[in-house]
Design a protein around this ligand. Sequence first.
Ligand SMILES: NC(=O)c1ccc[n+]([C@@H]2O[C@H](COP(=O)([O-])OP(=O)(O)OC[C@H]3O[C@@H](n4cnc5c(N)ncnc54)[C@H](O)[C@@H]3O)[C@@H](O)[C@H]2O)c1
Length: 361
Amino acid sequence: MSKVRVGIVGSQFVANLHAEAFRCVPEAELHAVASPDPQHAGEFSARHGIPHRFTDYREMLRLDELDVITVACPNHLHAQVAIDAARAGKHVVCEKPLAMNLDECDAMIDACRRAGVLLLYAEELLFAPKYVRAKALADEGALGDVYYVRQLECHYGPHSDWFWDVNLSGGGVLMDMGCHSIAFGRWVYDNAPIESVYAELGTHVHGERTRGEDHSLCILRFEGGRLAVAENSWARTGGVDDRAEVYGSQGLTVADLLRGSALTTFSQRGYGYALEKAESTAGWTFTMFEETWNYGFPQEMQHFVRCVLGEEEPRSSGEDGRAVLEAICAAYASARTGQRVSLPFEAARAARKPIDLWLGE
Ligand SMILES: NC(=O)c1ccc[n+]([C@@H]2O[C@H](COP(=O)([O-])OP(=O)(O)OC[C@H]3O[C@@H](n4cnc5c(N)ncnc54)[C@H](O)[C@@H]3O)[C@@H](O)[C@H]2O)c1
């Protein structure tokens, strides 16, 4: 294999981040994009210099020379796209959350295993340079025995309508952004099994727009009573806030992914772009630079390409995505009953989508 040829399913927000990321990977070549809107697909392929474009991803999968696809479309489509891609012999990079329920996760994992292709779970926080440094500090013992990890990812709500429709998204902010925070906690604890989950959910600001929760607090308990807290919001103004804290018996580290990396700017008139989902650029703002790199997308795609080439072992797989989704399901169930929920949480299988375990549907 000379270059790894990549096809992207989707052409909007995260698809752009994927394309920008792959353009930084010397061993990768952006080869095709599939998106149902021909105008979007056309603009996307022109912007990123992609030779092939399709309105039906199944046609893209017929390209023999394609090695890997990225699933960058709404959550309810992840499983079908990934399974079709695996059957077509393509490696799969799948955006978070892995799928809408555990049965879908298992079907994706099984399809990829049978086809002998990789299922790579795209959790970019595991590649964000500042968080990689925090994890390295924990691993070298700088903090002593780690007993508490807190990860927070918040903004004022997503950019596309489908996120707000729980039938397409599977849930609110816990499903959308809790998956990042839960994955981060698992990673710091070397993907140790989660023993139990407790959660509080609420819809404080966007009740007219969604049945999903717009604020969530989730406590995950690992072996030995070690804790991770996932704190997530679609109700928080001021642009994206993404932070992690890791506490150990002999130290702690605090990482602010966006504001800590940003310029501090004052502008009376405002300016073009400051930070993801910032409502305003007037007054004092945090001006991000190299945002894609600070989030870890190029590093993530570099790693996935090396996995496809057989040079590295996946740091984030379908099984990891499944474990995160199982914790999300347990959190929804906990928020309904007010009780801590133990894992494995087989009752999650009864739910077509995670939020049903909270709404009682
Ligand atoms: N890792 C991250 O930080 C991150 C950030 C944003 C979104 N995401 C995830 O990425 C996925 C996409 O989110 P987004 O923000 O890019 O959404 P978006 O609404 O910006 O884009 C969705 C894209 O999917 C396309 N699409 C819809 N139906 C399709 C179909 N049948 N076949 C092919 N394409 C189809 C749309 O045309 C659009 O191009 C979601 O699963 C989301 O959770 C991850």
